[in-house]
Design a protein around this ligand. Structure first.
Ligand code: ADP
Length: 658
């Protein structure tokens, strides 16, 4: 499926991934389509499958994730991390103080004597209790303040890592199966990176509170701690089991959710909005959306019921276990092994340990899940690292000759070479035309000549040096490309022509626009070159396809003279505009090496040399005059293009058939 090159610019949110390899065909049956779509394994799904949520897996991974969160945060703001940890420790310590103060308060209150005296005795520990609670509340506010400031910065940092990895990856990386999917997953990973901190922080808070309460309980009576653990264990186990059910369901449904998100994109995006209406497809697509949603709801309901059953079992077992603890407490109290004050404190501690443990399980499960998303991010950074451009450092001047020497190119993951043993040359001042049927390798070859791809066999050289030996940025500064699917940047007309690399004044912009026929477009814009060309986004002006194409050509003419690649540059232009481009091309070529890709053969007469490609091989080469005379593919295609549209010729052909 072909998307317009600027589609990604139109994509408003990160959660509307641009579909790839996904077809909505009405011809296939419902079941086969669903199977085909669900067979695709997204990286997140694979990661889920690799990491089952078990108590042991959680125990092993959680400390690493907390370290990772702190590591990312450390990178962003060390002082904030130190403050966060200090607050956390202090909060735990004050929890312990609070519990100890509870014990002394109860002791003071239950001793014999006058109520007023007892209250006076209890006053210091009540003050301590209140002070501890107040300080903990303040610390909690401080912690939330620090982590709220830190968390978005972590996500931004993770995003920047991802952008850096994507920008500096070889273009061929995008053709690796699954690369784009990983990029999308990494995007989500970067987005949730901030949750990693808040969830780690919640987990640490629970741990601090658990340690404090457990310490106090052990001080009160050594037998109490195992009893408290016993009381909370059933609910802990039930929580892990319920979390696992939800997690597994979500894992099983992630392929369905993926399909839903693609459907949503197709149904709502402007790109297909007209075809959705003219094809009256809305009912069909919404029906499919509903049926997949229903499947998700059914599975989610099952998981909710199952989770509720675990919660019920946990509550019953927890209730019984608590009963046992109460009985044990009563026994310790009755046999004089524990004071009433200690027993009272134990009750508070029991609640504190219980809620901390439950918190640890639920935050732990969330953190675990977030960690999986973050794995996608880390994997993408590594993967893109594997594709990172590692080329030479040469900086080429405007080339005199660009050559392909026995060039072979295979797209990643493809067995069949898209180009096979291609040799050709284009010199400054020349126009070389690449001609051939669809899929013959013209676009691929032009991208190799421009150094966008590196050869998998043979060489592409600029004045003798291989394209891989140059610093890619320096190479591309000498390159101008008008691709078939050119970008419609949501920028001003000026920026759309200069690509943000304006030289002094607008003189050169107007000149480039005039060569491309874009001057007529600019003239009619409400604020000339300042007009924003992004109606859909920012209320600017929208251009027609042909007007946009003129802008795209102007941008190529504006770039410094070097190699100019034009891939079907006039496909959307009217006859007058097209004529203007080709009539002016020889002048443009005076200081450039021009590669022209087109299958409109009338236009290639302007070229100095023509190379005809077929299935990735050069099968003919020569001038226009030579090729129309010689038997072969070019003459055949020329004859087919000439056999068009003249009514008299049709009538004659019709009579011949009769
Ligand atoms: P042309 O421009 O002559 O129509 P292309 O250069 O676009 O042809 O394509 C040449 C061959 O390479 C085709 O068989 C096409 O399927 C394949 N191809 C093109 N782009 C890719 C890609 N990104 N990944 C894998 N194969 C590709």
């Amino acid at each position: 499926m072909r998307h317009r090159a600027h589609d990604h610019l139109r994509k408003p949110g990160r959660h509307h991934p641009r579909p790839r390899g996904f077809t909505l065909s009405a011809e296939t049956t419902e079941t086969s389509e669903v199977h085909e779509e669900l067979r695709f394994r997204s990286p997140t799904l694979t990661a889920f499958q690799k990491s089952p949520l078990t108590a042991r897996a959680m125990g092993r991974r959680l400390p690493r994730l907390v370290r990772k969160a702190l590591g990312l945060a450390w990178h962003v703001d060390r002082r904030a991390v130190l403050a966060l940890l200090a607050c956390q420790l202090l909060s735990g310590a004050f929890e312990a103080f609070g519990l100890l103060a509870t014990s002394s308060t109860i002791t003071a209150l239950i001793t014999s004597g006058h109520m007023q005296d007892r209250l006076m005795d209890a006053l210091p520990s009540i003050c301590l209790l209140a002070g501890a609670a107040g300080t903990r509340a303040l610390l909690a506010i401080a912690v939330s303040n620090i982590s709220s400031r830190l968390a978005p910065r972590i996500s931004r940092e993770a995003e920047l890592h991802m952008l850096d990895a994507a920008i500096n990856a070889e273009l061929a990386a995008y053709d690796h199966p699954g690369f784009n999917d990983k990029r999308e997953a990494a995007d989500r990973g970067a987005d949730v990176a901030q949750d990693l901190l808040t969830e780690s922080q919640d987990l640490m808070a629970c741990l601090a509170s658990l340690v404090a309460a457990a310490g106090v309980v052990t001080l009160l009576h050594p037998a109490l701690l195992p009893l408290l653990l016993l009381a909370t264990l059933p609910q802990g186990i039930a929580s892990v089991k319920a979390a696992r059910v939800h997690y597994q369901t979500s894992r099983a449904l992630s392929a369905d959710r993926r399909v839903l998100s693609h459907l949503r994109w197709h149904v709502t995006d402007k790109v297909f909005a007209d075809q959705l209406r003219s094809g009256t497809m809305a009912g069909f697509l919404l029906g499919r959306y509903r049926s997949i949603s229903d499947r998700i709801h059914t599975a989610t309901d099952l998981a909710v019921h199952q989770g509720a059953r675990y919660a019920l079992a946990g509550a019953v077992a927890g209730g019984i276990a608590s009963g046992l603890v109460w009985a044990a407490l009563a026994l310790l109290l009755g046999t004089g092994h524990m004071s009433l004050a200690s027993a009272g404190t134990a009750v508070f501690a029991l609640r504190s340990v219980g809620s901390s443990l439950r918190g640890m399980v639920s935050y732990g499960a969330r953190l675990f899940r977030t960690g999986l998303y973050l794995d996608d991010w880390a994997e993408f950074i590594d993967e893109a690292g594997g594709h990172r451009m590692r080329r030479g450092t040469l900086a080429p001047p405007s080339p005199l000759a660009v050559r392909a020497e026995s060039l072979t190119f295979c797209y990643p993951g493809s067995e069949r070479p898209a180009l096979h043993d291609v040799s050709l040359e284009v010199r400054r001042g020349e126009v070389l035309a690449l001609v051939g049927e669809n899929g013959s390798g013209k676009t691929t070859l032009s991208k190799l000549l421009a150094g966008l791809y590196l050869p998998t066999g043979g060489k592409v050289t600029w004045d003798g040096a291989g394209t891989g030996e140059f610093d890619p940025q320096a190479l591309w500064r000498q390159t101008a490309v008008v691709p078939q699917d050119f970008a419609r940047w949501p920028l001003s007309a000026r920026d759309n022509i200069t690509l943000g690399q304006a030289r002094e004044g607008d003189g050169a912009v107007h000149e480039a626009a005039a060569h491309a026929g874009a001057d007529e477009v600019v003239k009619e814009l409400r604020s000339g070159l300042d007009t924003l060309l992004a109606r859909e986004w920012f209320g600017g002006v929208e251009l027609s396809g042909g007007q946009w194409q003129r802008i795209a050509i102007a941008r190529a003419f504006y770039r410094p003279a070097g190699l100019l690649v034009m891939d079907e540059p006039t496909s959307a232009l009217d006859a007058r505009a097209e004529h203007r481009i080709f009539a002016g091309l020889r002048k443009v070529a005076q200081e450039r090496a021009v590669v022209l890709v087109t299958h409109r053969l009338a236009n290639v007469a302007v070229a100095d040399r023509i190379v005809v490609l077929d299935h990735g091989r050069v099968i003919q080469r020569g001038t226009f005059a030579e090729l129309v005379e010689a038997p072969g593919l070019f003459r055949e295609l020329w004859a087919l293009q000439a056999d068009r549209g003249v009514p008299a010729a049709h009538e004659e052909a019709g009579r011949a058939v009769l």
